[in-house]
Design a protein around this ligand. Structure first.
Ligand code: C5P
Length: 380
């Protein structure tokens, strides 16, 4: 039976939330970068570091709560088995007395057991997706600083293509002819959108708000972000599939391994204003969290929320839902681009965007049932 909140399936809640989060992030990220002059720009790498710290702290709290629930429901000193998620849910419903009380010894036991899992012998595996996600999260700032909202959102959908390619290479997944066709159609749709925007812009750089946008730099960043998104996602999936560790423990490990590259990005010379204005860097020498105003905090909080929702979508929903969320986010960002940022819609932009949405829909339609053993199915 699927888990619910106030009677609504968690899968549906996470889908709607992910859609709104995806669009909100693109819009707020873009606005936070273009609305201030270069000398008052916040440090993007510092925002990525804050994101990882907050996400890690929240994941640690959830993992600890789960460990305490497991320990408090264990009787007779038998702490050898961690209950399943359904059992957790049953105990949560039966109230505080249901598990027999939580005393200090059990809380300590829970903390020790949880830390043992966090620092287990295979935790190093998370170092690869962690580094990739830090790069991706930094690249997002470059892209959002140099592309308009709808173009960024549509182009970023190419991560469906990179995810599929890495699934084929690393997970040896076989794709149906329909899925390959959908992927080609997706790439063609993104191509159509790019063709029209280059023709409309006439040059690779344009002025937007208080900020000069370099379209070539933005596109390069979004393509690289699609590569890291695909590779990190598939690698994270491989790690999740290969062990029984709790998702929140894996998230804590992911955040822990993110800290070193995130700190390096903050202090690396030349990288301190990733996605910011061109050289010379007018904020060089300023404190790391200088110019960190309400919009910068909004970006960090939406990113933290997005990371946690992504984890929930992996847990309670599936790839089909995640794909739909991305398509719906394109439509929302598209409308926001027109209303908030004076984005000019052309026929070819509409055509390209429709192709991307249709390709995403087609890709996520279930394949016709096959005879014999099923192909490997992806949880995300
Ligand atoms: O766009 P994509 O789905 O690749 O984005 C994933 C985002 O979610 C990244 O910002 C990454 O840091 C975050 N994430 C997370 N925890 C996971 C998986 C992804 O915070 N388990």
């Amino acid at each position: 039976m699927s888990a619910t909140f106030l009677g609504v399936p968690l899968g549906l809640i996470s889908l709607v939330t992910l859609t709104v989060q995806n669009s909100a992030l693109t819009i707020v990220l873009h606005y936070s970068r273009i609305s201030v002059p270069a000398d008052r720009m916040y440090n993007a790498a510092a925002a990525v570091l804050l994101n990882e710290l907050l996400k890690g702290a929240i994941s640690l709290s959830i993992a600890y709560r789960n460990a305490v629930l497991a320990a408090s429901s264990t009787r007779g000193g038998d702490y050898s088995r961690i209950p399943t998620d359904d059992e957790f849910e049953g105990r949560r419903r039966s109230g505080p007395g249901g598990g027999g009380g939580i005393d200090l010894a059990r809380a300590k036991f829970a903390a020790t057991k949880m830390l043992g899992e966090v620092f287990s012998s295979d935790c190093w595996k998370l170092s690869i997706p962690a580094c990739l996600y830090v790069i991706q999260n930094n690249l997002q700032f470059v892209a959002a600083s140099n592309l308009d909202v709808p173009t960024f959102q549509v182009t970023y959908n190419l991560k469906i293509l990179t995810t599929a390619l890495f699934s084929v290479i690393l997970l040896r997944r076989r794709l149906s002819a329909k899925k390959w066709f959908a992927l080609l159609f997706l790439a063609a749709g993104v191509g159509v959108v790019q063709l029209q925007s280059s023709a409309a812009a006439g040059s690779s750089s344009s002025s937007h708000g208080a900020h000069e946008m370099d379209k070539t730099k933005g596109l390069l960043a979004v393509f690289c972000a699609c590569m890291t998104s695909g590779l990190a996602g598939v690698y994270f999936e491989m790690v999740l599939k290969g062990s029984k560790a709790d998702l929140w423990i894996r998230n804590v490990q992911l955040s822990l391994f993110s800290l070193l590259p995130a700190v390096c990005a903050v202090f690396a010379p030349g990288l301190s204003l990733v996605g910011g204005p061109a050289k010379p860097n007018p904020t060089a020498g300023q404190p790391v969290f200088a110019n960190f105003g309400a919009w910068a905090w909004a970006v960090v909080l939406i990113q933290v929320f997005g990371g946690l929702i992504t984890a929930l979508v992996i847990r309670y929903s599936d790839n089909i839902m995640k794909g739909f969320a991305t398509s719906l986010a394109i439509v929302l960002s598209f409308c926001a681009g027109i209303i908030l940022f004076d984005f000019r819609v052309t026929t070819s932009f509409l055509l390209g965007t429709s192709m991307v949405v249709a390709a995403t829909y087609l890709y996520n339609l279930p394949d016709a049932p096959r005879r014999g053993p099923p192909e490997s199915s992806l949880p995300t």
